[in-house]
Design a protein around this ligand. Structure first.
Ligand SMILES: [Mn+2]
Length: 199
């Protein structure tokens, strides 16, 4: 049994942490508090490799060349943000990112054996999270999801592009949920530290 490690306590919240905390509390505790490894699969490794190919212009994965030309250029890849809003720090890495004086362009790459449809793209909270992180910049934000279909070990060359309109109300709702989540995470840590000392 691994020990609870205070070094795992973070001063920020990511989309993955927020999502896992609300979906599976036990897994959150294991991964984010006890530092146990998360779930991994071949599909996830393939997804990572495809992300790398798109972001770096390489061709490690078969079939990536078929979709690359359909994805527009962005100025940055793996764009890191660490943004503080009302005492909560949001952190993330955006797959594809460009920023000008007036506009921000966010591109999120998704891979999988099924292409994403419009409704799925619109319901992806991760995109709302990214928009929330950009809120203080007061710029127009264009958010696009690039869904790349894969089969075992390669890209099929099929790509679906969804331009997603993020509603301001959804952004505020997510922030309210994040504030509640951060509070619960803080309470969990505080309790864990106290009870651990007693043992
Ligand atoms: Mn991605």
């Amino acid at each position: 049994m691994q020990k609870l490690d205070i070094k795992n306590r973070r001063d920020y919240i990511s989309w993955n942490a927020y999502n896992l905390f609300n979906k599976d509390r036990r897994k959150y505790i294991n991964q984010y508090m006890y530092g146990m490894p998360g779930y991994h699969s071949d599909a996830m490794s393939l997804g990572t490799a495809i992300h790398n190919d798109i972001q770096n212009g390489t061709n490690e994965v078969e079939g990536v060349d078929l979709v690359r030309g359909l994805i527009p250029d962005y100025k940055e890849v793996e764009h890191l943000f660490k943004v503080r809003i009302e005492g909560i720090t949001l952190l993330g890495y955006i797959d594809l990112f460009s920023e000008t004086k007036k506009q921000i362009r966010i591109g999120e790459i998704k891979t999988g054996t099924k292409l994403w449809n419009k409704r799925q793209a619109e319901n992806l909270g991760q995109l709302v999270f990214y928009n929330l992180a950009m809120i203080d910049k007061k710029k127009e934000v264009e958010t696009i999801l690039y869904s790349i279909r894969t089969v075992i070990g390669r890209s099929t060359g099929e790509l679906k592009i969804h331009k997603v309109k993020i509603k301001r109300a959804d952004t505020y709702q997510l922030f309210a949920d994040i504030k509640r989540t951060q509070k619960e995470i803080d309470e969990l840590w505080d309790e864990a530290i106290i009870s651990n000392k007693k043992i």
